[in-house]
Ligand binder design. Structure first.
Ligand SMILES: *[C@@H]1O[C@H](CO)[C@@H](O)[C@H](O)[C@H]1NC(C)=O
Ligand SMILES: *[C@@H]1O[C@H](CO)[C@@H](O)[C@H](O)[C@H]1NC(C)=O
Ligand SMILES: *[C@@H]1O[C@H](CO)[C@@H](O)[C@H](O)[C@H]1NC(C)=O
Ligand SMILES: *[C@@H]1O[C@H](CO)[C@@H](O)[C@H](O)[C@H]1NC(C)=O
Ligand SMILES: *[C@@H]1O[C@H](CO)[C@@H](O)[C@H](O)[C@H]1NC(C)=O
Ligand SMILES: *[C@@H]1O[C@H](CO)[C@@H](O)[C@H](O)[C@H]1NC(C)=O
Ligand SMILES: *[C@@H]1O[C@H](CO)[C@@H](O)[C@H](O)[C@H]1NC(C)=O
Ligand SMILES: *[C@@H]1O[C@H](CO)[C@@H](O)[C@H](O)[C@H]1NC(C)=O
Length: 496
């Protein structure tokens, strides 16, 4: 009996039929949240005895532990470890309460970029306190850094490893791909997944999602390029409708704290877990951002070298009480106008500068490109007005964006066959990024998976030149629990 069940499941798996897995929200998200946990015991990376600094994902089957599973115990099969693991994940989902889903997410760090090479070249103190605030030096550009030749090779290592895993391990195919909008990730994803033997129904068409970007610091490598550039260079990618033409988050003066980044990472995860019913997901992102996501997922710290990949088995449960989001302050920190004497982590602002301004400055020292409007971060007039009202059918709309519909098709919905989840949502979470609310939680009831987005209620200032030098709460806007609004203030110790 049990065996035939497993065999049937295996057959279904091998024919690659998709499972639909989304959260069943039975309460208003205005007071609920998604509780994420890392399910340990499946991957070496979540074992406290594994040393991240020497770990090689390509030598360890992505870290998948050789073990037996409840779903396959006693079954005589010749399935590979990854095939058996897939049966176990399916079993977990099939036996989960309706408010709980399991997903497997591969988080890939981009290959080495020019900013990584420059940090090594200058040393971290000088990098953080001076060079990182510039667009580049005489011979290298690191604003929205591209991959170095070494970084390209690292992405090709990932490509070759995926090819091997597909051919030999019959690893489950990623069913959805997401990438940070920064060039080094857009390129890494392309090099990693282009040309693999992927099924037609799960093509490599990554969704470019703003909130999977790197932690937003003063460094120019954290400033993304404009939307037009992304579309022209990666024409087949699916760019979220909410991705504005110009970067509205980076301004070279204020930076995310770790707490603010974690809150943002949670929104990014929520958008995937409430909007995408696929089980196997690839996210191409950054060291700092993946570190933040791992914190949100309750995973142990596990730092990735450039180009490395970490899979995580995530359990997500909708909890109907508790306030999900608060968006902590962005903060200002100092840097130097010239290469620093040193930086000291224990100092409040980190940098010890030469010359008169020993304590550092807060004004930008990068050359602001002519195609990058001054006061970057506040381009209301050029931002797309789309409010990402539709996100139900990721496959067809493509523009799922940061709009998260905490909707509730049951786990019986089959993405592959129906393509369109059942209209059973009981509530929506609105996470529009288009100059409107980035993180407003809406308790409105929706009868479909379409998100009810809040249109912009606060208009970012169109003139903010002074903000590029010294921001004050009245001229600086950032995103908070209520959407765009006056910036928050505090001190950001040190740089990074
Ligand atoms: C979140 O999930 C974990 C694991 O199931 C559980 O231990 C914890 O109590 C949950 N937290 C809340 C607030 O429900
Ligand atoms: C991890 O490996 C690095 C490099 O070999 C070593 O320096 C470090 O002490 C190791 N950490 C632990 C906890 O074993
Ligand atoms: C699992 O076993 C295979 C050989 O049976 C081995 O090649 C592989 O490295 C093992 N994986 C881990 C994570 O130990
Ligand atoms: C598993 O099945 C194969 C053939 O189906 C058989 O040759 C083999 O002995 C079986 N292995 C075990 C451990 O039962
Ligand atoms: C610029 O930085 C790169 C590291 O990204 C370094 O290799 C190069 O030598 C630097 N150029 C100059 C002129 O210092
Ligand atoms: C990805 O890279 C390949 C070359 O490896 C290129 O031909 C292709 O156009 C790129 N695709 C996208 C969407 O950028
Ligand atoms: C977008 O960025 C590219 C590359 O930096 C630049 O050439 C182009 O002029 C920019 N487009 C707009 C609309 O600003
Ligand atoms: C959602 O879960 C609740 C409680 O488990 C259940 O009563 C309800 O029928 C579920 N709704 C759907 C659409 O599956």
């Amino acid at each position: 009996m049990y065996t035939s069940l497993v065999v049937a499941a295996a057959a279904a798996l091998l024919s690659s039929s998709a499972q639909a897995q989304t959260i069943n929200v039975t309460s208003t998200p205005a007071t609920g949240f998604i509780n994420y946990t890392t399910v340990t015991g499946y991957f070496l990376q979540d074992n406290p005895t594994t040393n991240a600094s020497t770990f090689d994902y390509t030598a360890t089957n992505f870290g998948l532990i050789n073990r037996t599973y409840d779903a396959t115990s006693g079954v005589n099969t010749t399935l590979t470890q990854w095939q058996k693991f897939a049966l176990q994940v399916e079993w977990l989902n099939n036996n989960a309460p309706l408010n709980t889903v399991y997903k497997v997410i591969w988080f890939g760090r981009h290959g080495e970029g020019y900013h990584n090479a420059a940090e090594t070249f200058y040393g971290t103190p000088a990098w953080n306190c001076y060079w990182a605030e510039l667009n580049g030096n005489a011979t290298a550009n690191w604003a929205d850094a591209d991959l170095t030749p070494n970084g390209i090779n690292q992405a090709l290592v990932a490509h070759n490893f995926w090819a091997q895993e597909i051919a030999i391990q019959k690893i489950p195919f990623p069913q959805s791909y997401y990438t940070s909008p920064l060039t080094r990730c857009l390129r890494t994803a392309n090099l990693t997944f282009s040309g693999l033997n992927l099924p037609a129904y799960y093509p490599f068409v990554p969704t470019v999602r703003e909130l999977f970007r790197e932690g937003i610091s003063l460094h120019t490598c954290d400033r993304r390029s404009n939307r037009t550039y992304i579309r022209n260079r990666f024409p087949t990618y699916n760019i979220d409708a909410s991705l504005t033409e110009y970067d509205q988050l980076w301004n070279g003066v204020t930076a995310e704290t770790s707490a603010a980044q974690d809150a943002r990472s949670r929104i990014a995860l929520d958008s995937v877990f409430s909007d995408d019913d696929h089980t196997y997901i690839s996210v191409t992102s950054h060291s700092g951002e993946i570190g933040s996501i791992l914190r949100v997922l309750g995973h142990q710290p596990f730092s990735l070298s450039t180009g490395a990949v970490i899979p995580v088995l995530v359990r997500a449960q909708f909890v109907p009480t508790g306030l999900p989001y608060s968006m902590p302050a962005y903060t200002v920190s100092t840097h130097c106008a010239a290469p620093p004497v040193t930086s000291i982590g224990s100092l409040a602002q980190g940098c010890v500068c030469s010359g008169t301004a020993v304590g550092g400055i807060t004004s930008r020292i990068d050359t602001i490109a002519s195609d990058y409007p001054s006061g970057a971060g506040f381009q209301a007039s050029t931002a797309p007005t789309a409010t990402t009202s539709s996100s139900g059918s990721r496959a067809s709309s493509g523009g799922a964006s940061a709009s998260a519909s905490a909707a509730a098709p049951s786990t019986s919905t089959n993405r592959a066959s129906s393509g369109s989840p059942s209209p059973s949502a009981s509530a929506s979470i609105s996470l529009s990024t288009s100059t409107g609310s980035l993180a407003s939680v809406s308790g409105s009831v929706s009868s479909s998976r379409a998100a009810t987005t809040s249109p912009s209620t606060t208009t970012p200032p169109t003139s903010s030149g002074s903000c590029a030098t010294i921001c004050s709460p009245t001229n600086f806007q950032t995103w908070g629990p209520g959407g765009w609004g006056p910036g928050f203030w505090g001190e950001r110790p040190g740089g990074w």
